[in-house]
Ligand binder design. Structure first.
Ligand SMILES: NC(=O)c1ccc[n+]([C@@H]2O[C@H](COP(=O)([O-])OP(=O)(O)OC[C@H]3O[C@@H](n4cnc5c(N)ncnc54)[C@H](OP(=O)(O)O)[C@@H]3O)[C@@H](O)[C@H]2O)c1
Length: 332
């Protein structure tokens, strides 16, 4: 089969022949129609990810058709279009993932290929209102956003929610989910254009984090936030503590801008703020996310499409950070 393969740190994605996966008895083989990129696929390429193995077919997001099922799989999904839950081996504790938890696309070969194999319990029928390319945009980023917003921060209708770095895949889903849940949503971005564009999805407004003291104007405009969903970290984290209302929650899922400033601990304890770490999500949360997407007919924003043979260009595009929405690979 054809695949986009990484052979080492700081090498390019190679479009090449690779062995088609052989399935185990509890697995299914999926002919991938579309995959989507996550920042993870760039961190792996740069060697900035734990547990590196090479050669590796990256890719955690995929939608495709079940073309083969293992002997013990009792399912009616053969020939059906499905979405893959990339959260492998979460385990039994809803509070945290198991020690052997991994994400599809490292160390297991992922979706940047014509075929991928996964456990049968991790595939779900594609939502009917979505095209295959739209469905492929959801799994990793959608699950991360859903757990952070609903599972950890427990946002409810009427609350004010701030989502940082709206150009990010997780951030955009968090904003879309929060709007659908009836929250009043604001965003930050380094691009005024992205703040304007996201308003068409129901977001009220935002602030450009490249402007000095951006948080002061936002605090004046909104009165602060009940919930903040942050994938950036970095020196501006202290500003998020300022922006959080007393009794508010900050869910943290990423660190694109690096380590936190020391900040002022008294602001956290005096305001009784909950700072909540969040990573991916449970199998139940993946199902809940699909139900939520179906119920609210949520459609992702697709930034740009590339062919499987253009995976390197797609990774460079993501690394530049200019995208608004998900970057899709068209495969079959
Ligand atoms: N814990 C988990 O389960 C999990 C899952 C997925 C991702 N992550 C992590 O979450 C982060 C985002 O991932 P992604 O795939 O959504 O990445 P992405 O699509 O590449 O998003 C990166 C975005 O970060 C924003 N950003 C950059 N510098 C910023 C700053 N100083 N302040 C605020 N925002 C800033 C930019 O938004 P603008 O373009 O709007 O400026 C940029 O578009 C990454 O660090 C990733 O490793 C964690």
């Amino acid at each position: 089969m054809k695949a986009a393969v990484l052979h080492g740190i700081n090498t390019e994605y190679q479009y090449q022949e690779f062995d088609k996966p052989a399935i185990g008895e509890d697995e299914v083989l999926i002919k991938v129609s579309h995959a989507a990129l996550n920042h993870r696929d760039v961190w792996i390429q740069k060697g900035q990810y734990a547990g590196l193995v090479f050669p590796i077919i990256c890719g955690s997001d995929g939608c495709g058709t079940v073309v083969e099922m293992g002997a013990s799989v009792a399912s009616d999904l053969l020939g059906k279009e499905v979405l893959i839950n990339p959260s492998l081996n979460w385990g039994n504790n809803p509070k945290t993932q198991a020690k052997d938890y991994v994400i599809l696309g490292l160390p297991n070969h992922g979706t940047f290929a014509e075929y991928v194999k996964v456990k049968a319990r991790l595939v779900y029928p594609k939502p009917a209102h979505l095209s295959s390319e739209e469905a492929a945009a959801f799994p990793l980023a959608g699950l991360t956003a859903f757990r952070a917003l609903m599972g950890r921060a427990k946002a409810v209708a009427g609350e004010k929610v701030l989502v940082t770095g709206i150009g990010g895949g997780v951030a955009l889903f968090a904003a879309q989910f929060a709007v659908a849940a009836g929250c009043e949503v604001y965003v930050t971005s380094g691009s005024d254009d992205k703040i304007e564009r996201v308003k068409s999805l129901g977001v009220k407004g935002g602030a450009n984090y490249k402007v000095a003291d951006w948080h002061k104007a936002l605090a004046k405009e909104t009165g602060g936030f009940d919930v903040i969903i942050d994938g950036a970290g970095g020196p501006d984290f202290a500003k998020l503590i300022d922006l959080c209302k007393p009794g508010g929650r900050i869910a943290v899922y990423g660190a694109t801008a690096g380590t936190w400033n020391p900040g002022v601990p008294a602001k956290v304890f005096w305001k009784q703020i909950d700072i909540l770490g969040s990573t991916m999500g449970t199998d139940e949360q993946f199902e809940e996310m699909i139900d939520f997407i179906n119920k609210h007919k949520i459609v992702p924003v697709v930034a740009k499409k590339f062919g499987l043979n253009q995976c390197e260009e797609a990774a460079k595009y993501m690394d530049e950070g200019k995208q608004f929405g998900k970057i899709i690979l068209e495969i079959n």
